[in-house]
Ligand binder design. Structure first.
Ligand SMILES: [Zn+2]
Length: 409
């Protein structure tokens, strides 16, 4: 159940409440990434103090782990042996419930495995990400790096243990077993280096798979459809119209977003007006500061990105003025908190010089302190954005926040 409680009169921004069986997500919201069934360096008891509202975890990796556990018995599929249960089981039965991994009191989301179609396929072959700033020519031998074979029925992934299959039917069965509150349709995410013709084929496949996912769904989970079409305006428009015509509970914008950061916003400008207003909208894999403000202004309700967590583990600290590397020598003697006026558990406890020393000593608590601060920073920013929309102050807050940020660059 999604309710919009306030709209910004000067943009497409809105404040909403997304109700799930495991709690309410106040939107706009940041979805924290816990790829393998845990948020690295963020123990369960720190989720609430870091203001985490929702976590996304990864169907592909949880599925591979379940297959691995099944095979560690003896048989080949479909009759696996699970040592703990002492009998032959299907790998689906080896899947955990995601709320057992993350806690019962938090809304959870699973992706469909569709992102790995790209990241392990053409993403690897072409050496590119979602937004492709510089287009490197593929290396002569780069096709060997592509671990994915796409068919009409689904995708074969080459793993260390052989080839594994994932398609729309199986993705739905896996996601229903994992039991997240929000699940995603299985999609074909084309590389930004692919041309219009290929991207159109991948989009059509995504549309056929979207219908299969809807047909296969037998749970009460919220299923989001994914708009594809790459950087091509006509494809994005066609995909937004098609996905919006289907009875999905929410709508996600996925796929590659063009050759520059501004390409991502063009994609939103083309697609958002074609998506019905009463359904939540998720922007897949995007979450830098500018993206958040622009995305919210263009009507996005939820984001997910690895930035807060991954960068914390690499000693990059986020603040309202930009980010900095806490291992730099200037922080060796600096008794201020990670960010002035920050009320996160880390800033209330330790200073920059203490965290600098922990990173230098490779102390395992260093990544945890940094992660708590970064996750709190992004979630607190979303909270401030929600308040600013409620108070008809979003554009002013956006302008002031982004202006302040340039100081540290
Ligand atoms: Zn802090």
């Amino acid at each position: 159940m999604f309710n919009i409680i306030k709209k910004d009169p000067e943009s497409w921004a809105r404040v909403g409440r997304l109700e799930t069986p495991h709690g309410v997500i106040e939107t706009p919201a940041y979805t924290i990434v816990g790829t393998h069934g845990e948020v690295k360096c963020l123990p369960r008891e720190m989720l609430a103090p870091a203001k985490v509202q929702v976590i996304i975890t990864n169907t592909y990796h949880l599925w591979l782990a379940a297959l691995e556990r099944s095979r560690s018995g003896q048989d080949n599929p479909p009759k696996f042996r699970d040592e703990k249960l002492g009998g032959p089981v299907n790998a689906l039965e080896n899947l955990p419930r995601v709320h057992d991994l993350f806690g019962q009191n938090i809304p959870l989301m699973t992706d469909s495995g569709g992102f790995q179609v790209f990241s392990l396929g053409f993403g690897r072959e072409h050496g590119v990400g979602k937004v492709n700033n510089n287009l490197p020519p593929p290396q002569a031998d780069s096709a060997e790096k592509n671990l994915v074979r796409i068919t009409e029925e689904g995708v074969f992934f080459t793993t260390a243990k052989g080839e594994e299959f994932l398609g729309p039917e199986l993705s739905m069965r896996i996601q229903e077993k994992l039991g997240a509150d929000i699940i995603l349709a299985f999609d074909d995410f084309a590389s930004p280096l692919k041309d219009h013709a290929y991207t159109a084929q991948a989009m059509e496949r995504t549309h056929r798979w979207a219908k299969i996912c809807l047909d296969q769904k037998s749970s009460h989970q919220l299923l989001y459809g994914i708009v594809q079409g790459g950087e091509f305006q006509d494809l994005r428009i066609a995909s937004a119209k098609f996905i919006n015509s289907l009875p999905f509970d929410g709508l996600a914008i996925g796929g590659s977003l063009g050759k520059s950061e501004s390409g991502a916003f063009d994609v939103l400008k083309w697609t958002i007006p074609l998506l019905s207003e009463d359904r939540p909208r998720h922007f897949l894999g995007i979450g830098k500061i500018e993206d958040l403000f622009e995305g919210v202004a263009l009507g996005i309700d939820t984001f997910d990105c690895v930035i807060p967590t991954r960068e914390a583990r690499h000693a990059k600290i986020w603040t309202g003025q930009g980010s900095y590397d806490i291992t730099k020598a200037i922080y060796k003697v600096d008794s201020t908190p990670l960010e002035r006026d920050c009320l996160c558990p880390t800033c209330l406890k330790i200073t920059r010089q203490e965290l600098h020393a922990l990173f230098k000593a490779k102390d395992q608590t260093a990544g945890q302190y940094a992660t708590v601060h970064n996750v709190y920073f992004f979630n607190h920013l979303m909270e401030q954005i929600r308040v600013s929309i409620q108070e008809n102050n979003f554009q002013k807050f956006k302008k002031e926040f982004l202006a302040k940020r340039t100081l540290l660059r």
